[in-house]
Each structure stands twice: as structure tokens, then as C-alpha cells.
Design a protein around this ligand. Structure first.
Ligand code: FAD
Length: 368
């Protein structure tokens, strides 16, 4: 069985960044991803990112994915796409299945001295009468359909959830030619950035806060939906029901860390609502409770691509340092640089709660 210094699972911004940093420090790195294209969520982000220049503000997500992939190949990373890791066993033996998407299935196992879990996040669902009808889907699925597969999921859409995903995907559905009939949000306020909500309000989409979907209608597919106002305890207010003529319902009610491999490996899990649910405990070097297994990006707490890239860098440096590829002093200096950039990303009304949640997570380890 072939052994790599570092195997990185997931080629989103976190996994790409981790691979680049570890390979640049002399590690033999294998990067695997279930998808045919590298980039994780970035391959469907056609909008320009904002923030600071060092986090590639003003660049489209798809272009960030392309640039990181090129950097990874230049650094000497071995990349296996269409490869899913489905098992992690004692001694960091990783079982994988390859070629499932291209209908050329094969499989095997590799051994890793260090593992970086960068498996991202999965979408939360909400259930209501009719939620299993064709035409009800995650907003991420709709985004993959329009921006990757070039297929319009429907003509008249109801979006549930006003976080950034709901707001951005609404706008992109309109760009692709759909009519977003309404966006409903159970909370009394919009969840995402003002810049995104202003864009869809200007385009004429009603954003109905303190509202939710109560049912979907249709025999074999969605033909309509009922929405209703909710009180502060999320109870429907009788008499406020409205029927909407729509054929698609997109659910954008948050993401949760996709951390099944961490659970399989026996990593200690910690519950953090701010970070999206159950996350593998990780220390400041991003090492989990299982020595040699690191976690980075949304898999260790749902945030953003910019934080995912920085965490990936940190995990790559930490993995290389633990293999003795860089001196302890050098590793500390490099970690401090990344930590300073992470701290600047975790400020303000959106970032501060995540900063505090990460701090609580690290402290949970100190008490363990
Ligand atoms: C609609 C939308 C808009 C966004 N806009 C922005 C924005 O403007 N700015 C910003 O900073 N962020 C934005 N984000 C967030 C950002 O895309 C994510 O936070 C970021 O992609 C997380 O990176 P990651 O590498 O942790 O995970 P991902 O990008 O999700 O990558 C994880 C990868 O792991 C792979 N994988 C999972 N399990 C396995 C396995 N067992 N074996 C092999 N491969 C596996 C998956 O196929 C995937 O490619 C947006 C997200 C969405 C959904």
C-alpha cells in the first residue's frame, strides 16, 4: 500500500490551500476529491468575492479555484479527482472508491502519515407537507444546476432562508432566467449581508421576514406553495396564509460541517450552534483529538472561503511541522501570520461570534 506524507481529503479552498502549503515544505501530498472538478463550493461561485486583496476580493470564486489548483500542481501535489474516501482505519489507512462519476469504478487504500480533513459542509433541510415532491431542493443544488450543469431548475421559485446562500442563489437564479417570486425568512430580520439583500430587493424580489413555508402543492411535482407569517416563537399566525404560484422551492436554511470521516476516525466531537452543529474538536494547530489528523475549513465549523483558505494554510503548515519538515520556530512564526489574518476575518457582527465559538472550542480541549 502506498504511503503519502500527507493525504488531504477535499479539494475546496481549505484542502487546496493545505496541500499547497504542505507540498511547498517538502511533503509528498495526495489530494483527493469526489468531484470531477477541483474547487469545492468555489466551482459554482460566479460572483466576485469581497473582503481584502489578500483573500482575492474582486475575483470570482471559479477563478480562485482555478488559480489554487494551478498552484497545487506547481507545488507538486498529486491530485485524484472523482475519488471518494469512504473509510478511515487505524494507522490512517484510507479506503477510497474512484471513477464512480465517470462510470469506471475502481478502489483501494492508501496510508497517510498525516491526514487533513477538508470535506466542507452539507445543506440543512426543512420539512413541511409536500417537501419530498420533485421541485423542492437545496439552494446549493439549484446553484450547481445553473452554474455548473447549465440547467434551470424551474421558472418560478420560492426561496426559503435569507442568509448569504439564499440571497446569492436567488440573484443567480434570476441571472439564469428564473423568476424568484418571493424569499421567506422565519426570523424578523434578514440573515445575510446587506449588499446581497439590497441587490435582490432592487430586482423586485419581496423579502418576507417572519414568514415561512407551510406546504407545497402538487401531485407529481411542485405546482404551488403556501406561506404564512410566524410569531416570534415561529408559530403560524392564523389568517395570514398566502398561496404562491411557483414550480420550485429552494431551501437555504444553513449548512452543517460534513465531518463523518472525523467521527469514523474516533475524533472527539463538540457541539457548536454558531459553527453549524457537531464539529471535530481541534486545537490551535487544527489538530483533532486523534494525533496526526487535522481539520480545516467548513468541516471544522461553517464559515467562508476566505477563512477556509487560511485554515487550510494553517493545517498544511501544522502537518508539515509535525513531520519535521520545518523547524518549530519557523512553524510558530508561520502559524502566527495565518492566525493574525484569521483574527482579522473573524471580526464585526458576522465574524466575532465565530471567533468566540472557535475560542470556546479550543478551551473545550484544554478542559478535556
Ligand atoms: C451560495 C454560496 C455563496 C458563497 N459565497 C461566498 C463568498 O462570497 N465569499 C466567501 O468567502 N465564501 C462564500 N461561500 C462559502 C464558501 O464557498 C465555503 O465556506 C467554502 O467553499 C468552504 O471551503 P471548504 O474547502 O471547507 O469546503 P468545500 O468548498 O465545500 O469543499 C469540500 C470538498 O470536499 C469534497 N469531499 C467531501 N467529502 C469527501 C470525501 N469523503 N472524499 C473525497 N472528497 C470529499 C467535496 O466534494 C468538496 O469538493 C459561499 C457558499 C455558498 C454555498
Amino acid at each position: 500500500m502506498k504511503t503519502y506524507d500527507v493525504v488531504v481529503i477535499g479539494a475546496g479552498p481549505a484542502g487546496l490551500a493545505a496541500s499547497i502549503e504542505a507540498a511547498r515544505r517538502g511533503c509528498g501530498v495526495l489530494l483527493v476529491d469526489s468531484n470531477l472538478k477541483p474547487g469545492g463550493q468555489l466551482i459554482k461561485q460566479i460572483h466576485k468575492f469581497f473582503g481584502s486583496r489578500e483573500h482575492r476580493a474582486g475575483t470570482r470564486g471559479i477563478d480562485i479555484a482555478r488559480d489554487l489548483y494551478r498552484e497545487a500542481l506547481d507545488a507538486g501535489v498529486t491530485v485524484w479527482l472523482d475519488t471518494s474516501v469512504y473509510g478511515i482505519f487505524a494507522g490512517n489507512v484510507l479506503a477510497y472508491a474512484r471513477g464512480l462519476l465517470e462510470m469506471k469504478p475502481s478502489g483501494g487504500a492508501v496510508k497517510a502519515d498525516r491526514v487533513v480533513l477538508a470535506t466542507g459542509a452539507s445543506e440543512n433541510a426543512v420539512n413541511f407537507p409536500g417537501w419530498t415532491l420533485p421541485g423542492v431542493m437545496g439552494a446549493g443544488a439549484a446553484q450547481t444546476m445553473i452554474n455548473v450543469e447549465r440547467v434551470l431548475p424551474g421558472k418560478r421559485v420560492l426561496m426559503i432562508g435569507s442568509g448569504n446562500v439564499g440571497l446569492i442563489v436567488s440573484y443567480q437564479l434570476m441571472q439564469a432566467g428564473a423568476d424568484v417570486v418571493a424569499l421567506v425568512e422565519g426570523l424578523p430580520r434578514v440573515g445575510g449581508y446587506g449588499v446581497h439583500s439590497a441587490k435582490i430587493s432592487r430586482a423586485g424580489v419581496p423579502i418576507l421576514t417572519a414568514h415561512t413555508v407551510s406546504r407545497a402543492f402538487g401531485d407529481t411535482a411542485v405546482e404551488g406553495a403556501e406561506i404564512v407569517r410566524v410569531d416570534p416563537s415561529w408559530k403560524p399566525v392564523a389568517g395570514t396564509e398566502q398561496r404562491l404560484d411557483i414550480d420550485t422551492i429552494c431551501i437555504a436554511t444553513g449548512l452543517r460541517p460534513y465531518a463523518k470521516l472525523a467521527m469514523l476516525a474516533g475524533c472527539r466531537m463538540v457541539h457548536s450552534p454558531i459553527l453549524g452543529g457537531w464539529v471535530p474538536f481541534h486545537d490551535r494547530s487544527l489538530q483533532t483529538s486523534v494525533p496526526g489528523i487535522f481539520v480545516a475549513g467548513d468541516a471544522g465549523g461553517v464559515e467562508e472561503a476566505s477563512t477556509a483558505m487560511e485554515e487550510g494554510r494553517l493545517a498544511g503548515v501544522s502537518a508539515a511541522a509535525s513531520l519535521g519538515k520545518v523547524s518549530a520556530a519557523e512553524a510558530r512564526a508561520q502559524r502566527e501570520e495565518v492566525e493574525a489574518r484569521l483574527a482579522s476575518l473573524r471580526m464585526g457582527p458576522f465574524g466575532k461570534p465565530r471567533h468566540d465559538a472557535k475560542e470556546a472550542l479550543h478551551k473545550a480541549g484544554e478542559c478535556a
